[in-house]
Design a protein. Structure first.
Length: 461
């Protein structure tokens, strides 16, 4: 027997995650941005033959808007292949998930006539004789009132039968005989919240595809839920590559502190993922092959090793695994050598550059759209803000530049080099600067950072 406040798979009408995702897309009107890629499954471009001559970096790199669209389409293909079922999640663990069934009221709200204010419940015209006892919230139903009678009442308490109105504490006075008078007119029904004022049992409160925010959790609890049925979080494994990385202390002797190990897991959680493992992998091809090949996550995120240096093992490892390289370099600065690969029918790998700000660029370019689709989250509405200052552009590539919002303008920040985090640590968003740059006052699309966005964006756990 299903406990009250729970929703089961049968309640979900056998919806799977793909069907939830379709409903989310229908409600948001969202379509993948960027030109449609040719060839491949579901519009994913067919990777070049591995034995063919390698094209130049510029020829091979994918335009930034198209790279994001490829990541979305790849995720949709994985959702279809996985056929994941929604899960029942306790309210305390549901923040940031997407509803897989409508949130229907399990009770009237409020479930009984209740006082909206501290004061007195009164019956009939003044003056009123006042009962000695008080009516408090959480107590059994009080005795009915008769005309000319009043009883002290607390906010949220049940209204006694035959009550005319609630007189607020500040609107009443007592005379020397203990009788209660009103200092202003009393209207029938004032400051009484009638049963069902907000909803009736069975009313749909929120549709499929709603993102679970703190307010949604409060509404679900008020409506009688202990659990909600939601799309499960996609699982992500983080592989931090490099022999030169320290986990504590000051840099020394050619060794540097690892910035991505502490940064990526909470960022991925903020994007909707469940981070199932964070592993440090030495600069060894076999170790990387083992780490990727044994991962059961929906998304594997690697750091560094995506170029063609002597210890850059990501590309050879993907070829060894028989992976499909969907995006091999993106026309964006920083972050140009990022990549996206399909390692299995239901698993993808996002290869981030090793430089910290370049890795952030890769997260927002490839990991964010992929995780958003896997989690069936609604797409954020694109918006633009004028730049206060001009931004120098790359001749051919998009630039992502940290900005802070000041009034109705976006102010570009300094310290925006690929290896720098000082700018992004102070930023509210990244401005999308087209090839050639942008002048002061020009409208620029902004990508919100998770902690600067409203709702669940502040959830890193």
């Amino acid at each position: 027997m299903t406990p009250p406040g729970s929703r089961t798979g049968e309640d979900a009408e056998d919806l799977d995650v793909e069907e939830v995702l379709a409903l989310v897309n229908d409600s948001s009107g969202h379509h993948a941005r960027g030109p449609a890629a040719r060839g491949g499954t579901d519009g994913i471009p067919t990777p070049p033959r591995q034995d063919a001559p390698a094209p130049s970096d510029r020829h091979r790199a994918t335009p930034w808007p198209e790279a994001r669209a490829v990541a979305e389409r790849a995720a949709r293909t994985a959702v279809r292949a996985a056929r994941r079922a929604p899960v029942s999640v306790p309210l305390g663990a549901a923040l940031g998930l997407t509803l897989a069934v409508p949130l229907d009221a399990l009770t009237d709200l409020p479930s009984f006539d209740t006082s909206a204010m501290d004061g007195w419940a009164v019956a009939g015209p003044a003056p009123w004789s006042v009962r000695d006892e008080s009516v408090l919230a959480g107590h059994a139903g009080p005795a009915p009132l008769t005309d000319g009678e009043a009883v002290p009442i607390a906010t949220g308490a049940r209204i006694p039968p035959d009550t005319t109105a609630v007189l607020r504490t500040e609107h009443g006075r007592t005379d020397d005989k203990g009788r209660l008078h009103a200092t202003r007119d009393v209207m029938t029904g004032q400051d009484i919240r009638p049963r069902g004022q907000e909803c009736r049992t069975g009313d749909q409160l929120l549709p499929v595809g709603t993102l679970v925010t703190p307010a949604v959790l409060g509404l679900a609890a008020a409506a009688g839920y202990d659990t909600v049925t939601a799309v499960p979080r996609p699982r992500a494994d983080v592989l931090v590559l490099g022999d030169e990385l320290l986990t504590e202390g000051l840099p020394h002797d050619g060794l540097i502190r690892d910035a991505l190990g502490p940064m990526l897991p909470p960022w991925l959680r903020a994007l909707g993922a469940e981070v199932t493992a964070v592993r440090r992998v030495r600069d060894d091809a076999d170790a990387l092959h083992e780490a990727i090949g044994t991962s059961e996550a929906d998304l594997v995120v690697t750091t560094g090793g995506t170029a063609a240096g002597p210890v850059d093992h990501v590309h050879p490892t993907l070829r060894r695994l028989g992976a499909d390289l969907l995006v091999d370099g993106v026309k964006v600065r920083p972050g140009h050598p990022m990549l996206l690969a399909r390692t299995t029918e239901t698993q993808h790998l996002v290869g981030l550059p090793g430089n910290p700000l370049a890795a952030v660029s890769g997260l927002l370019t490839l990991a964010e759209p992929l995780l958003r689709i896997l989690a069936a989250r609604p797409a954020p509405e694109a918006y633009t803000v004028p730049l206060r200052d001009g931004v120098q552009g790359h001749p051919h590539d998009t630039r992502l530049v940290p900005v802070v919002l000041r009034g109705d303008q976006a102010v570009p920040l300094h310290y925006n080099g690929p290896a720098m985090l000082r700018g992004i640590a102070a930023a509210d968003a990244l401005a999308v600067v087209p090839p050639g740059g942008a002048h002061a006052g020009q409208e620029a699309e902004l990508l919100d950072l998770p902690w600067a966005a409203a709702g669940i964006g502040v959830c890193f756990t």
